[in-house]
Design a protein around this ligand. Structure first.
Ligand SMILES: [Zn+2]
Length: 219
């Protein structure tokens, strides 16, 4: 005798090949009710359990019975098998597809973050370099006016701040596994938007630095 200590249901995909009513293949979701039990020496062993299931073909509307086999681990006892109420249920995409999709997103996130990290360092270093060049050039020349000399440095620092903001981890309220891919997509989108803005500011800084330096060289 086995002592049952918990019943639960799990879903299993089932391919009904060559339907006896419409001759097509139906992909069904089976609801398998299982009772967990203690493993007893000499008790029933793991294996397959066979059930006959009645189901209505959605194409012809005719009922028929078909046999299914479900796996039974040695610590469980399969009690019942039924077609999920949704009938030909929508099954989740295979896990390898999810994994591949997740990997692709993770990779694009890594590439984007690498770029942002490099640009953050570059922007931060650009302001002092710019000032050093201006100082060097104006040693024997006229200094550029403040309105021309200051903006490049401010823009470089602003660009660095924006790149840093893009790198900041974003927290989302819902973090269950189901939402993970959506979150990942959203994260990439937000990172892209912030990176684009920071890049524009960085380019503006470069252009204004060139203007300031060329002013210095021509005066
Ligand atoms: Zn059918």
């Amino acid at each position: 005798m086995n002592y049952a200590f918990g019943a639960f249901s799990r879903r299993e995909a089932f391919e009904l090949l060559d339907c006896p009513r419409c001759s097509q293949t139906h992909t069904l979701s089976l609801l398998v009710t299982v009772v967990k039990r203690q493993v007893r020496f000499g008790g029933p062993v793991a294996g397959q359990r066979h059930f006959d299931i009645e189901w209505t073909c959605p194409n012809t509307g005719e009922m028929f019975a078909f046999p299914v086999s479900v796996e039974q681990a040695d610590d469980e006892s399969v009690q019942a098998v039924a077609v999920d109420s949704e009938g030909a249920a929508v099954l989740p995409p295979p896990s390898w597809l999810e994994a591949a999709r997740g990997d692709a997103q993770k990779e694009s996130l890594i590439v984007a973050r690498d770029f942002v990290a490099t640009m953050l360092t570059t922007s931060l270093g650009a302001a002092p370099v710019y000032f050093a060049v201006v100082k060097y050039l104006t040693a024997k020349r006229v200094s550029p006016p403040v309105w021309l000399a200051i903006p490049p440095a401010v823009l470089f620092i602003l660009a660095a701040a924006l790149f840093a903001l893009a790198l900041r981890p974003q927290s989302f309220e819902e973090m269950d596994a189901e939402d993970f891919l959506d979150n990942q997509k959203r994260r990439v989108r937000i990172l892209r938007r912030r990176t684009d803005l920071a890049s524009v500011v960085f380019l503006a800084a470069v252009v204004s630095a060139c203007s300031a330096l060329s002013w210095t060289l021509t005066h």
